[in-house]
Write a protein that binds this ligand. Structure first.
Ligand code: ASP
Length: 565
Protein backbone atom coordinates (compact mmCIF):
# COMPACT_ATOMS: atom_id res chain seq x y z
CA UNK A 1 0.00 0.00 0.00
CA UNK A 2 1.19 3.48 -0.85
CA UNK A 3 0.22 6.45 1.27
CA UNK A 4 1.12 10.14 1.24
CA UNK A 5 0.59 12.65 3.99
CA UNK A 6 1.96 14.80 6.78
CA UNK A 7 3.75 13.71 9.94
CA UNK A 8 1.41 14.34 12.84
CA UNK A 9 3.56 12.74 15.51
CA UNK A 10 6.62 10.56 15.92
CA UNK A 11 7.30 8.18 18.78
CA UNK A 12 10.80 6.80 19.05
CA UNK A 13 11.22 3.94 21.51
CA UNK A 14 14.72 3.04 20.33
CA UNK A 15 14.06 -0.25 18.62
CA UNK A 16 10.54 0.76 17.60
CA UNK A 17 9.47 3.89 15.80
CA UNK A 18 5.89 4.92 15.04
CA UNK A 19 4.84 7.79 12.85
CA UNK A 20 1.26 9.04 12.68
CA UNK A 21 0.73 10.06 9.09
CA UNK A 22 -2.17 12.42 8.43
CA UNK A 23 -4.01 13.06 5.19
CA UNK A 24 -7.43 14.53 4.41
CA UNK A 25 -9.14 11.31 5.45
CA UNK A 26 -7.51 10.66 8.79
CA UNK A 27 -4.43 9.31 10.50
CA UNK A 28 -2.63 6.09 9.80
CA UNK A 29 0.14 4.69 11.94
CA UNK A 30 3.41 3.75 10.26
CA UNK A 31 5.57 1.20 12.08
CA UNK A 32 9.32 0.57 11.91
CA UNK A 33 11.00 -2.12 14.01
CA UNK A 34 14.62 -3.03 14.63
CA UNK A 35 15.44 -6.39 13.17
CA UNK A 36 12.53 -6.26 10.76
CA UNK A 37 13.03 -2.83 9.17
CA UNK A 38 16.16 -2.16 7.21
CA UNK A 39 18.51 -0.26 9.59
CA UNK A 40 18.96 2.69 7.23
CA UNK A 41 15.21 3.12 6.94
CA UNK A 42 14.81 2.89 10.73
CA UNK A 43 17.48 5.57 11.19
CA UNK A 44 15.79 7.74 8.57
CA UNK A 45 12.39 7.34 10.20
CA UNK A 46 13.83 8.71 13.44
CA UNK A 47 14.78 11.98 11.74
CA UNK A 48 11.30 12.86 10.49
CA UNK A 49 9.91 16.12 11.89
CA UNK A 50 6.36 17.31 12.43
CA UNK A 51 4.54 18.19 9.20
CA UNK A 52 7.16 16.61 6.93
CA UNK A 53 5.46 15.41 3.77
CA UNK A 54 6.04 11.71 3.20
CA UNK A 55 5.24 9.09 0.64
CA UNK A 56 5.51 5.61 2.11
CA UNK A 57 4.81 2.10 1.02
CA UNK A 58 4.47 -1.02 3.06
CA UNK A 59 2.17 -3.76 4.20
CA UNK A 60 -1.05 -3.19 6.09
CA UNK A 61 -0.91 -5.25 9.28
CA UNK A 62 -3.17 -5.65 12.28
CA UNK A 63 -2.09 -3.54 15.18
CA UNK A 64 -0.84 -5.07 18.35
CA UNK A 65 -2.27 -2.29 20.49
CA UNK A 66 -5.49 -1.21 18.84
CA UNK A 67 -6.76 2.36 19.12
CA UNK A 68 -10.55 2.56 19.27
CA UNK A 69 -10.49 6.34 18.98
CA UNK A 70 -9.27 6.23 15.38
CA UNK A 71 -11.10 4.85 12.37
CA UNK A 72 -7.81 3.35 11.21
CA UNK A 73 -6.91 2.35 14.77
CA UNK A 74 -6.98 -1.39 14.08
CA UNK A 75 -4.23 -1.35 11.52
CA UNK A 76 -0.80 0.04 10.85
CA UNK A 77 1.51 0.11 7.89
CA UNK A 78 4.68 -1.84 8.32
CA UNK A 79 6.77 0.50 6.23
CA UNK A 80 9.31 -0.70 3.69
CA UNK A 81 9.93 2.52 1.77
CA UNK A 82 9.86 6.14 2.83
CA UNK A 83 10.36 9.15 0.61
CA UNK A 84 10.47 12.68 2.01
CA UNK A 85 8.51 14.79 -0.48
CA UNK A 86 9.14 17.93 1.52
CA UNK A 87 10.46 19.06 4.86
CA UNK A 88 8.64 21.44 7.17
CA UNK A 89 9.52 24.13 9.62
CA UNK A 90 8.20 23.41 13.09
CA UNK A 91 4.61 24.68 12.85
CA UNK A 92 3.77 27.68 15.05
CA UNK A 93 0.93 25.80 16.74
CA UNK A 94 -0.14 22.22 17.25
CA UNK A 95 -2.07 20.75 14.34
CA UNK A 96 -4.52 19.08 16.71
CA UNK A 97 -8.28 19.29 17.25
CA UNK A 98 -7.63 21.28 20.41
CA UNK A 99 -4.81 23.47 19.28
CA UNK A 100 -2.65 25.77 21.40
CA UNK A 101 -2.71 28.38 18.63
CA UNK A 102 -4.56 31.65 19.31
CA UNK A 103 -6.97 33.06 16.73
CA UNK A 104 -4.48 35.55 15.26
CA UNK A 105 -1.75 32.99 14.78
CA UNK A 106 -4.13 30.51 13.22
CA UNK A 107 -5.40 33.20 10.81
CA UNK A 108 -1.87 34.11 9.80
CA UNK A 109 -1.12 30.47 9.04
CA UNK A 110 -4.62 29.57 7.92
CA UNK A 111 -3.25 26.87 5.57
CA UNK A 112 -1.94 25.05 8.65
CA UNK A 113 -5.19 25.65 10.48
CA UNK A 114 -7.03 24.04 7.57
CA UNK A 115 -5.03 20.86 8.20
CA UNK A 116 -6.86 20.53 11.54
CA UNK A 117 -9.96 18.33 11.62
CA UNK A 118 -12.46 20.93 12.90
CA UNK A 119 -11.62 23.40 10.15
CA UNK A 120 -11.52 20.76 7.43
CA UNK A 121 -14.82 19.33 8.64
CA UNK A 122 -16.38 22.80 8.53
CA UNK A 123 -15.22 23.22 4.93
CA UNK A 124 -16.54 19.73 4.07
CA UNK A 125 -19.92 20.71 5.52
CA UNK A 126 -19.92 23.89 3.47
CA UNK A 127 -19.03 21.94 0.35
CA UNK A 128 -21.88 19.52 0.93
CA UNK A 129 -24.36 22.33 1.53
CA UNK A 130 -23.24 24.11 -1.64
CA UNK A 131 -23.73 20.95 -3.68
CA UNK A 132 -27.09 20.11 -2.11
CA UNK A 133 -28.44 23.64 -2.53
CA UNK A 134 -27.45 23.73 -6.19
CA UNK A 135 -28.92 20.35 -6.81
CA UNK A 136 -32.21 21.08 -5.07
CA UNK A 137 -32.82 24.41 -6.76
CA UNK A 138 -31.69 23.20 -10.15
CA UNK A 139 -34.02 20.18 -9.89
CA UNK A 140 -36.82 22.58 -9.01
CA UNK A 141 -36.32 24.47 -12.26
CA UNK A 142 -34.19 27.33 -10.98
CA UNK A 143 -31.53 28.60 -13.37
CA UNK A 144 -28.20 29.70 -11.94
CA UNK A 145 -27.19 32.98 -13.52
CA UNK A 146 -24.04 34.90 -12.65
CA UNK A 147 -24.48 38.63 -12.21
CA UNK A 148 -21.61 41.12 -12.42
CA UNK A 149 -19.29 41.95 -9.54
CA UNK A 150 -18.32 45.38 -10.82
CA UNK A 151 -21.57 47.26 -10.54
CA UNK A 152 -23.01 50.55 -9.38
CA UNK A 153 -23.90 51.52 -5.84
CA UNK A 154 -27.27 50.21 -4.64
CA UNK A 155 -28.48 51.49 -1.30
CA UNK A 156 -29.22 48.47 0.87
CA UNK A 157 -28.41 49.94 4.20
CA UNK A 158 -24.69 49.34 4.24
CA UNK A 159 -21.71 51.15 2.78
CA UNK A 160 -20.42 50.00 -0.60
CA UNK A 161 -16.91 48.85 -1.34
CA UNK A 162 -15.84 50.81 -4.38
CA UNK A 163 -13.33 50.12 -7.14
CA UNK A 164 -11.79 52.94 -9.14
CA UNK A 165 -12.06 52.68 -12.90
CA UNK A 166 -8.77 53.34 -14.72
CA UNK A 167 -10.49 53.81 -18.04
CA UNK A 168 -13.00 56.24 -16.58
CA UNK A 169 -10.95 58.49 -14.33
CA UNK A 170 -12.79 59.82 -11.32
CA UNK A 171 -15.48 57.15 -11.64
CA UNK A 172 -16.01 54.10 -9.54
CA UNK A 173 -17.65 50.74 -9.65
CA UNK A 174 -19.23 49.36 -6.51
CA UNK A 175 -19.05 45.74 -5.41
CA UNK A 176 -22.56 44.32 -4.98
CA UNK A 177 -24.11 44.27 -1.52
CA UNK A 178 -26.42 41.79 -3.20
CA UNK A 179 -27.47 41.18 -6.81
CA UNK A 180 -30.87 42.71 -5.98
CA UNK A 181 -31.46 44.87 -9.05
CA UNK A 182 -29.92 42.33 -11.42
CA UNK A 183 -32.14 39.53 -10.24
CA UNK A 184 -35.14 41.76 -10.74
CA UNK A 185 -33.92 42.55 -14.26
CA UNK A 186 -33.60 38.82 -14.90
CA UNK A 187 -37.30 38.47 -14.05
CA UNK A 188 -38.07 41.19 -16.59
CA UNK A 189 -35.85 39.16 -18.93
CA UNK A 190 -38.21 36.23 -18.53
CA UNK A 191 -35.99 33.97 -16.39
CA UNK A 192 -38.83 33.12 -14.04
CA UNK A 193 -36.78 31.15 -11.50
CA UNK A 194 -33.27 32.38 -10.78
CA UNK A 195 -30.70 31.48 -8.17
CA UNK A 196 -27.05 32.16 -7.57
CA UNK A 197 -24.55 31.20 -4.90
CA UNK A 198 -22.99 34.58 -4.83
CA UNK A 199 -20.38 36.64 -3.04
CA UNK A 200 -21.70 39.89 -1.63
CA UNK A 201 -19.78 42.77 -0.10
CA UNK A 202 -20.75 45.20 2.65
CA UNK A 203 -18.43 47.72 4.19
CA UNK A 204 -19.81 47.55 7.71
CA UNK A 205 -18.28 47.55 11.13
CA UNK A 206 -17.59 43.93 11.84
CA UNK A 207 -18.85 41.58 14.49
CA UNK A 208 -18.14 37.94 15.09
CA UNK A 209 -20.94 36.87 12.79
CA UNK A 210 -20.21 39.36 10.00
CA UNK A 211 -17.63 39.38 7.26
CA UNK A 212 -17.04 42.13 4.68
CA UNK A 213 -17.45 39.51 1.97
CA UNK A 214 -19.95 36.74 2.45
CA UNK A 215 -21.99 34.31 0.40
CA UNK A 216 -25.72 34.33 -0.26
CA UNK A 217 -28.08 31.80 -1.75
CA UNK A 218 -29.81 34.47 -3.81
CA UNK A 219 -33.16 33.65 -5.43
CA UNK A 220 -35.96 35.31 -7.35
CA UNK A 221 -39.21 34.06 -8.90
CA UNK A 222 -41.87 35.57 -11.15
CA UNK A 223 -45.65 35.32 -10.84
CA UNK A 224 -45.54 34.35 -7.18
CA UNK A 225 -47.11 35.43 -3.94
CA UNK A 226 -45.67 35.16 -0.44
CA UNK A 227 -47.08 31.66 0.08
CA UNK A 228 -45.40 30.39 -3.11
CA UNK A 229 -42.06 31.71 -1.95
CA UNK A 230 -42.49 30.31 1.53
CA UNK A 231 -43.40 26.91 0.17
CA UNK A 232 -40.47 26.79 -2.22
CA UNK A 233 -37.85 27.76 0.31
CA UNK A 234 -39.27 25.73 3.15
CA UNK A 235 -38.69 22.92 0.72
CA UNK A 236 -35.05 23.86 0.33
CA UNK A 237 -34.48 24.20 4.06
CA UNK A 238 -36.25 20.93 4.81
CA UNK A 239 -34.18 19.20 2.16
CA UNK A 240 -30.91 20.54 3.58
CA UNK A 241 -31.81 19.52 7.13
CA UNK A 242 -32.79 16.03 5.99
CA UNK A 243 -29.84 15.53 3.68
CA UNK A 244 -27.10 17.09 5.77
CA UNK A 245 -28.27 16.43 9.33
CA UNK A 246 -30.94 13.77 8.90
CA UNK A 247 -33.39 15.96 10.77
CA UNK A 248 -37.08 16.29 9.85
CA UNK A 249 -38.30 19.83 10.28
CA UNK A 250 -41.87 19.98 11.50
CA UNK A 251 -44.48 22.60 10.61
CA UNK A 252 -42.97 26.01 10.10
CA UNK A 253 -45.04 28.59 11.98
CA UNK A 254 -45.63 32.09 10.66
CA UNK A 255 -45.38 34.91 13.17
CA UNK A 256 -46.12 38.56 12.55
CA UNK A 257 -43.44 41.11 13.29
CA UNK A 258 -45.83 42.75 15.75
CA UNK A 259 -46.32 39.48 17.67
CA UNK A 260 -42.60 38.76 17.62
CA UNK A 261 -41.88 42.15 19.15
CA UNK A 262 -44.66 41.92 21.74
CA UNK A 263 -43.92 38.37 22.83
CA UNK A 264 -40.16 38.18 22.46
CA UNK A 265 -38.92 41.75 21.98
CA UNK A 266 -37.08 40.65 18.87
CA UNK A 267 -37.82 40.20 15.17
CA UNK A 268 -35.75 37.03 15.28
CA UNK A 269 -36.98 35.21 18.36
CA UNK A 270 -35.38 31.99 19.52
CA UNK A 271 -38.46 29.78 19.81
CA UNK A 272 -36.69 26.72 21.16
CA UNK A 273 -38.08 27.85 24.49
CA UNK A 274 -41.18 29.74 25.54
CA UNK A 275 -40.64 32.34 28.27
CA UNK A 276 -42.90 34.82 26.46
CA UNK A 277 -43.14 38.41 27.58
CA UNK A 278 -46.01 39.33 29.88
CA UNK A 279 -47.09 42.97 30.06
CA UNK A 280 -48.24 43.93 33.52
CA UNK A 281 -48.87 47.69 33.43
CA UNK A 282 -52.47 47.19 34.61
CA UNK A 283 -51.53 45.32 37.79
CA UNK A 284 -48.09 46.78 38.53
CA UNK A 285 -48.83 50.47 38.18
CA UNK A 286 -50.63 52.67 40.66
CA UNK A 287 -49.12 51.09 43.77
CA UNK A 288 -46.78 53.93 44.58
CA UNK A 289 -43.69 52.48 42.95
CA UNK A 290 -42.57 55.46 40.94
CA UNK A 291 -40.22 53.55 38.61
CA UNK A 292 -43.14 51.50 37.28
CA UNK A 293 -45.67 54.31 37.46
CA UNK A 294 -43.59 56.56 35.23
CA UNK A 295 -42.88 53.84 32.64
CA UNK A 296 -44.53 53.42 29.29
CA UNK A 297 -44.19 49.65 29.62
CA UNK A 298 -43.78 47.25 32.53
CA UNK A 299 -43.00 43.82 31.14
CA UNK A 300 -41.43 40.63 32.38
CA UNK A 301 -40.67 36.96 31.93
CA UNK A 302 -41.37 34.00 34.14
CA UNK A 303 -38.44 31.65 34.60
CA UNK A 304 -39.61 28.20 35.61
CA UNK A 305 -38.23 26.71 38.79
CA UNK A 306 -35.79 29.51 39.61
CA UNK A 307 -37.35 30.93 42.79
CA UNK A 308 -34.33 29.59 44.65
CA UNK A 309 -32.00 32.05 42.90
CA UNK A 310 -29.61 33.50 45.47
CA UNK A 311 -29.11 37.17 46.18
CA UNK A 312 -25.81 36.91 44.38
CA UNK A 313 -27.36 35.38 41.26
CA UNK A 314 -30.05 38.07 41.19
CA UNK A 315 -27.46 40.82 41.62
CA UNK A 316 -25.53 39.34 38.72
CA UNK A 317 -28.68 39.50 36.58
CA UNK A 318 -29.21 43.13 37.55
CA UNK A 319 -25.62 43.87 36.57
CA UNK A 320 -26.24 42.05 33.32
CA UNK A 321 -29.28 44.10 32.32
CA UNK A 322 -27.44 47.30 33.27
CA UNK A 323 -24.61 46.64 30.84
CA UNK A 324 -24.62 49.32 28.14
CA UNK A 325 -25.23 46.67 25.46
CA UNK A 326 -28.46 45.69 27.22
CA UNK A 327 -29.33 49.15 28.51
CA UNK A 328 -31.89 48.65 31.29
CA UNK A 329 -31.68 50.87 34.35
CA UNK A 330 -32.56 48.14 36.78
CA UNK A 331 -34.49 44.92 37.29
CA UNK A 332 -37.28 43.89 39.62
CA UNK A 333 -37.62 40.27 40.72
CA UNK A 334 -40.54 38.45 42.26
CA UNK A 335 -39.95 35.00 43.72
CA UNK A 336 -42.96 32.73 43.99
CA UNK A 337 -41.60 30.45 46.68
CA UNK A 338 -42.36 26.74 46.84
CA UNK A 339 -44.41 27.31 50.02
CA UNK A 340 -46.67 29.75 48.18
CA UNK A 341 -45.19 32.88 49.74
CA UNK A 342 -43.68 35.76 47.76
CA UNK A 343 -40.40 37.61 48.02
CA UNK A 344 -39.62 40.54 45.77
CA UNK A 345 -37.21 43.40 45.40
CA UNK A 346 -40.20 45.77 45.71
CA UNK A 347 -41.85 44.34 48.82
CA UNK A 348 -42.08 47.90 50.13
CA UNK A 349 -44.68 48.77 47.51
CA UNK A 350 -46.42 45.47 46.89
CA UNK A 351 -48.19 43.31 49.45
CA UNK A 352 -48.68 39.55 49.08
CA UNK A 353 -52.05 40.08 47.36
CA UNK A 354 -50.52 42.48 44.81
CA UNK A 355 -47.72 40.08 44.06
CA UNK A 356 -50.17 37.25 43.70
CA UNK A 357 -52.16 39.25 41.15
CA UNK A 358 -48.98 39.91 39.19
CA UNK A 359 -47.99 36.22 39.43
CA UNK A 360 -51.39 35.25 38.05
CA UNK A 361 -50.77 37.40 34.98
CA UNK A 362 -47.57 35.44 34.45
CA UNK A 363 -49.40 32.14 35.09
CA UNK A 364 -46.54 31.55 37.53
CA UNK A 365 -46.39 28.43 39.70
CA UNK A 366 -44.78 28.05 43.12
CA UNK A 367 -41.05 27.74 42.48
CA UNK A 368 -40.99 30.26 39.62
CA UNK A 369 -39.05 33.47 39.34
CA UNK A 370 -40.44 36.57 37.62
CA UNK A 371 -38.06 39.18 36.23
CA UNK A 372 -39.45 42.58 35.27
CA UNK A 373 -38.08 45.55 33.37
CA UNK A 374 -39.71 48.90 32.71
CA UNK A 375 -39.24 52.09 30.74
CA UNK A 376 -39.78 53.15 27.12
CA UNK A 377 -41.54 50.36 25.29
CA UNK A 378 -39.02 49.69 22.51
CA UNK A 379 -35.89 49.90 24.62
CA UNK A 380 -37.44 47.84 27.41
CA UNK A 381 -38.53 45.09 25.04
CA UNK A 382 -35.11 44.91 23.51
CA UNK A 383 -33.42 44.73 26.94
CA UNK A 384 -35.84 42.04 28.10
CA UNK A 385 -35.14 40.11 24.94
CA UNK A 386 -31.46 39.98 25.92
CA UNK A 387 -32.38 38.89 29.44
CA UNK A 388 -34.71 36.21 28.07
CA UNK A 389 -31.92 34.82 25.90
CA UNK A 390 -29.53 34.84 28.83
CA UNK A 391 -32.00 32.98 31.03
CA UNK A 392 -32.72 30.51 28.23
CA UNK A 393 -29.03 29.90 27.87
CA UNK A 394 -28.35 29.67 31.61
CA UNK A 395 -31.21 27.23 32.02
CA UNK A 396 -29.96 25.04 29.16
CA UNK A 397 -33.10 25.65 27.10
CA UNK A 398 -31.26 26.46 23.88
CA UNK A 399 -30.62 22.88 22.90
CA UNK A 400 -27.95 22.78 20.20
CA UNK A 401 -29.51 19.81 18.41
CA UNK A 402 -33.02 21.29 18.27
CA UNK A 403 -33.85 23.42 15.24
CA UNK A 404 -36.91 25.68 15.31
CA UNK A 405 -37.64 27.20 11.95
CA UNK A 406 -39.96 30.18 11.78
CA UNK A 407 -41.21 32.78 9.29
CA UNK A 408 -41.52 36.33 10.54
CA UNK A 409 -43.82 38.39 8.28
CA UNK A 410 -45.56 41.76 8.03
CA UNK A 411 -42.50 43.85 8.75
CA UNK A 412 -42.92 47.61 8.68
CA UNK A 413 -42.04 48.95 5.25
CA UNK A 414 -40.22 51.97 6.64
CA UNK A 415 -38.20 52.68 9.69
CA UNK A 416 -37.54 56.11 11.15
CA UNK A 417 -33.89 57.03 11.34
CA UNK A 418 -33.13 59.56 14.09
CA UNK A 419 -29.72 60.53 12.70
CA UNK A 420 -30.91 61.56 9.24
CA UNK A 421 -34.45 62.45 10.44
CA UNK A 422 -36.10 60.52 7.67
CA UNK A 423 -37.56 57.15 6.82
CA UNK A 424 -35.38 54.32 5.56
CA UNK A 425 -36.57 51.16 3.88
CA UNK A 426 -36.47 48.45 6.52
CA UNK A 427 -35.71 45.76 3.93
CA UNK A 428 -34.77 47.65 0.77
CA UNK A 429 -36.44 50.23 -1.47
CA UNK A 430 -37.71 47.60 -3.93
CA UNK A 431 -39.99 45.92 -1.38
CA UNK A 432 -43.70 46.38 -2.04
CA UNK A 433 -46.10 47.74 0.57
CA UNK A 434 -49.16 45.71 1.52
CA UNK A 435 -52.03 46.76 -0.71
CA UNK A 436 -54.37 47.40 2.19
CA UNK A 437 -51.82 49.72 3.82
CA UNK A 438 -51.03 51.67 0.68
CA UNK A 439 -53.17 54.65 1.61
CA UNK A 440 -51.25 55.08 4.85
CA UNK A 441 -48.09 55.89 2.89
CA UNK A 442 -49.08 59.55 2.78
CA UNK A 443 -50.69 59.83 6.20
CA UNK A 444 -48.80 57.49 8.55
CA UNK A 445 -45.81 55.97 6.69
CA UNK A 446 -44.43 54.25 9.80
CA UNK A 447 -47.58 52.09 9.97
CA UNK A 448 -47.32 50.68 6.46
CA UNK A 449 -46.54 46.97 6.43
CA UNK A 450 -44.34 45.39 3.78
CA UNK A 451 -44.74 42.21 1.79
CA UNK A 452 -41.53 41.07 3.41
CA UNK A 453 -40.53 37.95 5.29
CA UNK A 454 -37.56 36.59 7.18
CA UNK A 455 -36.72 33.03 7.93
CA UNK A 456 -35.45 32.63 11.48
CA UNK A 457 -33.86 29.51 12.93
CA UNK A 458 -33.06 29.34 16.65
CA UNK A 459 -32.92 33.11 16.95
CA UNK A 460 -30.76 33.58 13.87
CA UNK A 461 -32.06 35.39 10.81
CA UNK A 462 -30.93 33.03 8.08
CA UNK A 463 -32.80 34.57 5.18
CA UNK A 464 -35.02 37.40 4.12
CA UNK A 465 -36.82 38.71 1.12
CA UNK A 466 -39.94 40.34 -0.24
CA UNK A 467 -42.45 40.65 -3.01
CA UNK A 468 -41.14 43.54 -5.08
CA UNK A 469 -42.60 46.62 -6.59
CA UNK A 470 -42.91 46.02 -10.34
CA UNK A 471 -44.33 49.23 -11.71
CA UNK A 472 -42.68 52.55 -12.27
CA UNK A 473 -45.29 54.65 -10.53
CA UNK A 474 -45.15 52.80 -7.20
CA UNK A 475 -41.36 52.62 -7.32
CA UNK A 476 -40.98 56.35 -7.85
CA UNK A 477 -43.45 57.05 -5.05
CA UNK A 478 -41.37 54.81 -2.84
CA UNK A 479 -38.21 56.73 -3.68
CA UNK A 480 -40.02 59.95 -2.89
CA UNK A 481 -40.94 58.64 0.55
CA UNK A 482 -37.34 57.66 1.12
CA UNK A 483 -36.25 61.23 0.50
CA UNK A 484 -34.88 60.87 -3.05
CA UNK A 485 -35.47 63.75 -5.42
CA UNK A 486 -36.77 62.75 -8.82
CA UNK A 487 -33.33 63.43 -10.32
CA UNK A 488 -31.54 61.32 -7.72
CA UNK A 489 -33.92 58.41 -8.21
CA UNK A 490 -33.45 58.64 -11.95
CA UNK A 491 -29.67 58.86 -11.76
CA UNK A 492 -29.39 55.84 -9.48
CA UNK A 493 -32.27 53.65 -10.57
CA UNK A 494 -33.40 54.99 -13.91
CA UNK A 495 -32.41 51.69 -15.52
CA UNK A 496 -34.73 49.71 -13.26
CA UNK A 497 -37.67 52.09 -13.56
CA UNK A 498 -37.31 52.09 -17.31
CA UNK A 499 -37.21 48.30 -17.33
CA UNK A 500 -40.46 48.27 -15.34
CA UNK A 501 -42.09 49.95 -18.31
CA UNK A 502 -41.44 47.02 -20.63
CA UNK A 503 -43.77 44.44 -19.18
CA UNK A 504 -42.21 43.65 -15.81
CA UNK A 505 -43.85 40.56 -14.33
CA UNK A 506 -44.86 40.53 -10.67
CA UNK A 507 -41.96 38.97 -8.80
CA UNK A 508 -40.39 38.34 -5.44
CA UNK A 509 -37.49 36.54 -3.88
CA UNK A 510 -35.30 35.82 -0.97
CA UNK A 511 -31.65 35.54 -0.04
CA UNK A 512 -30.14 33.25 2.57
CA UNK A 513 -26.91 34.06 4.35
CA UNK A 514 -25.03 30.96 3.35
CA UNK A 515 -22.11 31.27 5.77
CA UNK A 516 -24.54 31.72 8.64
CA UNK A 517 -26.60 28.75 7.53
CA UNK A 518 -23.42 26.64 7.50
CA UNK A 519 -22.49 27.84 11.00
CA UNK A 520 -25.97 26.96 12.24
CA UNK A 521 -25.81 23.50 10.73
CA UNK A 522 -22.34 23.03 12.13
CA UNK A 523 -23.36 24.21 15.59
CA UNK A 524 -21.07 27.23 15.81
CA UNK A 525 -21.68 30.89 16.60
CA UNK A 526 -19.04 32.15 14.23
CA UNK A 527 -19.39 32.21 10.47
CA UNK A 528 -15.62 32.59 10.23
CA UNK A 529 -15.16 28.91 10.99
CA UNK A 530 -16.99 28.11 7.77
CA UNK A 531 -15.01 30.40 5.50
CA UNK A 532 -11.71 29.08 4.18
CA UNK A 533 -9.90 32.41 4.35
CA UNK A 534 -11.86 34.80 6.58
CA UNK A 535 -11.01 38.34 7.55
CA UNK A 536 -10.46 39.51 11.10
CA UNK A 537 -12.48 42.06 13.07
CA UNK A 538 -10.74 44.96 11.36
CA UNK A 539 -11.57 43.56 7.95
CA UNK A 540 -7.97 42.42 7.40
CA UNK A 541 -6.68 39.27 5.86
CA UNK A 542 -3.64 38.88 8.10
CA UNK A 543 -2.23 36.05 6.02
CA UNK A 544 -1.84 37.93 2.75
CA UNK A 545 -1.70 41.23 4.65
CA UNK A 546 -4.55 42.98 2.92
CA UNK A 547 -5.72 45.70 2.52
CA UNK A 548 -2.35 47.22 1.67
CA UNK A 549 -1.07 50.44 0.09
CA UNK A 550 -0.61 50.51 -3.66
CA UNK A 551 2.25 52.07 -5.56
CA UNK A 552 2.35 55.69 -6.68
CA UNK A 553 2.30 54.47 -10.28
CA UNK A 554 -0.94 52.62 -9.65
CA UNK A 555 -2.41 55.65 -7.94
CA UNK A 556 -1.36 57.89 -10.81
CA UNK A 557 -2.82 55.52 -13.34
CA UNK A 558 -6.12 55.60 -11.47
CA UNK A 559 -5.78 59.36 -11.09
CA UNK A 560 -6.23 59.08 -7.35
CA UNK A 561 -4.48 61.52 -5.09
CA UNK A 562 -4.23 60.60 -1.43
CA UNK A 563 -4.92 63.35 1.04
CA UNK A 564 -1.69 64.17 2.85
CA UNK A 565 -1.87 65.59 6.31
N1 ASP B 1 -31.26 41.40 -1.54
C1 ASP B 1 -31.82 41.11 -0.26
C2 ASP B 1 -30.71 41.01 0.79
O1 ASP B 1 -29.57 40.85 0.45
C3 ASP B 1 -32.60 39.84 -0.21
C4 ASP B 1 -33.81 39.87 -1.05
O2 ASP B 1 -34.63 40.76 -0.90
O3 ASP B 1 -33.98 38.95 -1.85
O4 ASP B 1 -31.00 41.07 1.97
Amino acid sequence: MILSGWVQRLRDKGGMVWIDLRDRYGITQLAFEEGKTNPELLAKAKTMGREYVLKVSGKVVERYAKNDNMPTGDIEIFTSELEVLNKSEVPPFMIEDDTDGGEDLRMKYRYLDIRRNPVRNALELRHQMLQDTRQYLSNDGFMEVETPVLIKSTPEGARDFVVPSRMNPGEFYALPQSPQTFKQLLMIGGIDKYFQLVKCFRDEDLRADRQPEFTQIDCEMSFVDIEDIQQTFEGLVRYLFKKVKNIEIGDIPIMSYADAMTNYGSDKPDTRFDMKFVEVNDVAQGKGFNVFDSSELVVGICVKGCADYSRKQLDALTDYVRRPQVGAKGMVYIKYNEDGSFKSSVDKFYGAEDLKTIAEKFAAQPGDLMLLLSGDADATRSALSELRLKMGNDQGLMKPDTFNVLWVVDFPLLEWDEDSSRYHAMHHPFTSPKKEDFALLDTDPGKVRANAYDMVINGVEVGGGSIRIHDRETQSQMFKHLGFTEEEAKAQFGFLMQAFEYGAPPHGGIAFGFDRLCALFGGSDSIRDYIAFPKNNSGRDVMIDSPSPISDEQLDELQIRLKTT
